[in-house]
Design a protein around this ligand. Structure first.
Ligand code: NAD
Length: 372
């Protein structure tokens, strides 16, 4: 198959981890006879330095002309004095808006080999594999009116307003994505709301319920967001696909990050817009940029999501995820995930190569199986 991928590696550790992710995608393309083309474009601090703006028009054109956008991370302390709209991070916010994805997917997986990395007990995290589907373009973050009248002595002053607002159509489109993804997984959908207090949540719950008959094989449950925050830490294994509105998803998906145990391990995808956007959850980590300490596994797992959600290459995505598991089980660790009796660590590049070799071995094995 043909796949045009825009590579926006960005700043700090972005280019280091993205390089390893691209190597993995190239290996998949070569093994499967696929034609993946990679077009690099500037975003963030590197774009400010080269072009005077965090999101040059050329980057927008390349992204919109692609089948998928793979992003590293943006952010560079040397631009901290600029106003927010001129800083590297504003390029990221703008490209997200231009690509228009409304469903943010965040897997939260407990890797047995990393059970010591989570503050939760291994018997609690064992077998956890959750996919958060967070609505990304509505709710409190975008609702109007919004304001902050800072002059407390003026009439109506000292007041701040944010508005939570959803339409049925906005809920339907993200809920359908969650139902469909649940259908490809363990067929359970947990919808999170605060329907005992908020009208928006009552609309959310009624809309999810109205779609249930279209997906008869999916079990649907509703959870109030406050109890969900507890259940996630007590019984995370009970959850498969978790559907949330914007603010609740922001909080719960970060909370669930502790199940995996390291920011460097977490992938994400934003789908449903003009072009899907894929990015590891972590930032540009200026404290370790250029030291070879960055964990590339979040970026590599993000590459697996590109194959799953933009290329329908599920087996290949699973093979990448299995290669990551295999490397961790063999005891290889970057510095951020080294714990207990593992003292020797590998660099970003070495970790990338280890996953590449594990993937190549599994591809060889499956090709020789096919040849039998
Ligand atoms: P960060 O995610 O960059 O780093 C937080 C901590 O986690 C640091 O100690 C870092 O060394 C560590 N870390 C992060 N990713 C790692 C990895 N792959 N391997 C090993 N360790 C890793 O968050 P921050 O320090 O708050 O922000 C740094 C910069 O990144 C800021 O400019 C911020 O605005 C930006 N940022 C960008 C994104 C993005 O591009 N999506 C997300 C968050 C923050």
């Amino acid at each position: 198959m043909n796949l045009k991928i825009a590579i926006l590696a960005g700043d700090g550790i972005g280019p280091e981890v993205t390089h390893e992710a691209v190597n993995i995608l190239q290996a998949v393309a070569e093994a499967g006879g696929h034609d993946f083309t990679f077009t690099e474009a500037l975003l963030g601090g590197v774009a400010i330095t080269a072009k005077g703006t965090p999101l040059p028009q050329e980057t927008i054109d390349i992204a919109l002309d692609s089948d998928a956008v793979l992003l590293g991370a943006v952010g560079d302390n040397k631009f901290n004095a600029l106003s927010p709209d001129k800083r590297p991070e504003s390029g990221l916010l703008q490209i997200r808006q231009i690509l228009g994805g409304f469903a943010n997917l965040r897997p939260s997986v407990a890797y047995p080999a990393l059970s010591e990395n989570s503050p939760l007990r291994p018997e609690v995290t064992k077998g956890v594999d959750i996919l958060f589907v967070r609505e990304l373009l509505g709710g409190l973050y975008f609702g109007q009116p919004r304001s902050w009248n800072k002059d407390a002595s003026a009439p109506g002053g000292g007041e701040a307003i944010n508005t939570m607002r959803y339409t049925r159509d906005e809920v339907v489109r993200v809920a359908r994505i969650a139902f469909e993804l649940a259908g490809k997984r363990r067929k359970k959908l947990t919808s999170v709301d605060k329907a005992n207090v908020l009208e928006c949540s009552q609309l959310w719950r009624a809309t999810v319920d109205s779609l249930k008959s279209d997906y008869p094989d999916i079990t649907v449950e509703h959870q109030l967001v406050d109890s969900m925050a507890m259940h996630l830490m007590n019984v995370p294994r009970n959850f498969d696909v978790v559907l949330t509105e914007n603010l609740f998803g922001d909080i719960l998906s970060d909370e669930s990050g502790i199940i995996t145990g390291s920011l460097g391990m977490l992938p994400s995808a934003t789908i449903g817009g003009k072009v899907n956007l894929y990015e590891p959850v972590h930032g540009s980590a200026p404290d370790i940029a250029g030291t070879g300490k960055a964990n590339p596994l979040g970026a590599i797992l993000t590459a697996a999501m590109v194959l799953r959600h933009s290329a329908n290459l599920e087996q290949e995505a699973l093979a990448i995820e299995a290669a990551v598991q295999q490397v961790l089980t063999a005891g290889h660790r970057t510095a951020d995930i080294a714990r207990g009796n593992i003292s020797a660590t590998v660099t970003t590049q070495q970790m990338g190569k280890l996953v590449h070799s594990a993937l190549a071995e599994s591809i060889d094995r499956s090709q020789s199986l096919h040849a039998v």
